[in-house]
Design a protein around this ligand. Structure first.
Ligand code: GLU
Length: 448
């Protein structure tokens, strides 16, 4: 049997992190088994659907690198990007639903009532063999027992979610429905519909929810709920994917930084954890730092430049050589690209702004006189590279009878406006002698 799975989001204008994880688990399962991953946009609620809302989903999946495999042969309104097929849109599948509704009516599995069409629901308990949750026996509640039948086509002619979801799953030959646990309560209805069509239901795998760190349910407004914010906040897609893999799925080994190829190799539905997963921003940040560390430099450069530009720094005014050299001093030092403007923004401004009151304290009389001496030594250097800068600074400290730090700190502060940052000797080399002397002069003058 070839595995066929699908991600079936409704376009709400928002891709929830839980939805992204559902998409990821489906994708991983398809890639692990060599099956197909289908994207199906459940857009029958025309009032809420807009092209922008669909784009949020497509862009989110593209950002994560979750490519989908097939689509209808007729054109999509959104038009697939290059190399992409699909997705399917429920709004274009009305005739398929019409035929299936006819079939249910003909078989006596559905009937018309007050302009709507209702499904004749089974009165027997439905047993769900869920691959993650285990066996779930769904009995009709007392209230349902009185009238368990439910509407499948509203009086305005719109088929409802349960019906089109099942028709598509059977038409598309879906073998495994991997979706959020919030849908477990719908599954008895879905299984009954499959049986009415005379088709074996797919295997179900309901994934536990993602909770906030405090254990409450993650809603749209909670921090971290929207996938779109991760790119904006300087996370790498591979780190988010790695984090989402570990959020509810656990490989047997303890290793946490996992290349995607390794996750694909190891992935399986039985290892999905049965309990709800708590969102852990600190772990995500750590993983992001680990992934940034191993990023090819050109990709580091690209993301770094984006983060700096987003913060309003104009990189176009600097040479490629300068930008590369500056950002090389930041490799391995940040956990999120959004830290960069504060960490390395000093490279890309003409003048640092010192806040007189606070900053004067950091550069007291003692520090200033040391800085004057260091400036003198620096001005005599012909070759202004990290090694010569280091030797000069250390010799100056020795002859002044102070610790190296007594020169390093005021110098860093004068040249970067920060008390920590990239390696001092390297950053001074990148800034260049002229800029370094200017910055030292200016700090001495401003903080007089
Ligand atoms: N459109 C439904 C949702 O977004 C799909 C549920 C399913 O995967 O079956 O929740």
């Amino acid at each position: 049997m070839t595995v066929r799975v699908r991600f079936a989001p409704s376009p709400t204008g928002f891709l929830h992190i839980g939805g992204a994880r559902t998409a990821l688990f489906n994708w991983l399962y398809a890639r692990h088994t060599g099956g197909a991953f289908i994207l199906r946009i459940e857009d029958t609620d025309t009032a809420r659907n807009t092209q922008e809302a669909v784009e949020v989903i497509l862009n989110g999946l593209r950002w994560l690198g979750l490519d989908w495999d097939e689509g209808p042969t007729t054109g999509n309104p959104q038009g697939p990007s290059k190399g992409e097929q699909g997705p399917y849109f429920q709004s274009q599948r009305g005739s398929i639903y019409g035929r299936r509704i006819e079939e249910l009516l003909r078989k006596g599995c559905a009937y018309e009532a007050e302009g709507a069409v209702k499904f004749r629901m089974t009165r027997e308990p439905v047993v769900i063999q869920d691959l993650i949750v285990g066996e779930v026996r769904r009995e009709l509640t007392d209230r349902e027992m009185a009238d368990p039948d439910f509407v499948i086509v509203r009086s305005d002619g719109q088929p409802v979610f349960h019906l089109v979801n099942v028709i598509d799953d059977l038409e598309m030959g879906i073998t495994h429905v991997i979706r959020g646990e919030d849908h477990l309560s719908n599954t008895a209805k879905h299984i009954a519909l499959f049986r009415a069509f005379g088709i074996d239901p797919p295997q179900y795998a309901h994934i536990p929810l993602i909770l906030n760190p405090d254990g409450t349910k993650m809603s749209k407004r909670d921090k971290g709920a929207s996938l779109t914010t991760y790119g904006e906040e300087g996370y790498l897609p591979e780190a988010v994917v790695n984090y989402l893999c570990l959020l509810g799925w656990s490989p047997k080994q303890a290793q946490e930084v996992l290349p995607l190829a390794e996750v694909i190799r190891l992935f399986g539905l039985p290892q999905i954890l049965r309990h709800n997963a708590r969102f852990d921003a600190v772990k995500l940040q750590w993983l992001n730092g680990e992934h940034i560390r191993t990023l090819p430099f050109d990709r580091f450069l690209e993301s770094a430049a984006k983060a700096l530009s987003r913060a309003g720094l104009d990189l176009a005014r600097y040479s490629q050589g300068f930008i590369r050299a500056a950002l090389e001093t930041c490799v391995g030092k940040i956990r999120q690209f959004s830290e960069l403007p504060a960490y390395a923004g000093f490279y890309f401004v003409d003048e640092l702004d010192f806040a007189a009151g606070e900053d004067r304290k950091k550069l007291g009389e003692e520090e200033k006189s040391l800085l004057v001496r260091l400036r003198e030594e620096f001005s005599r250097l012909d070759k202004f590279d990290a090694a010569s800068i280091e030797t000069t600074l250390k010799e100056a400290a020795k002859s002044l009878g102070v610790k190296v730090g007594a020169l390093v700190h005021p110098c860093r502060f004068a040249c970067t406006g920060n008390t920590s940052g990239p390696s001092l000797y390297h950053l001074l080399e990148v800034l260049g002698k002229e800029r370094v002397l200017q910055r030292m002069d200016r700090a001495l003058e401003l903080l007089r």
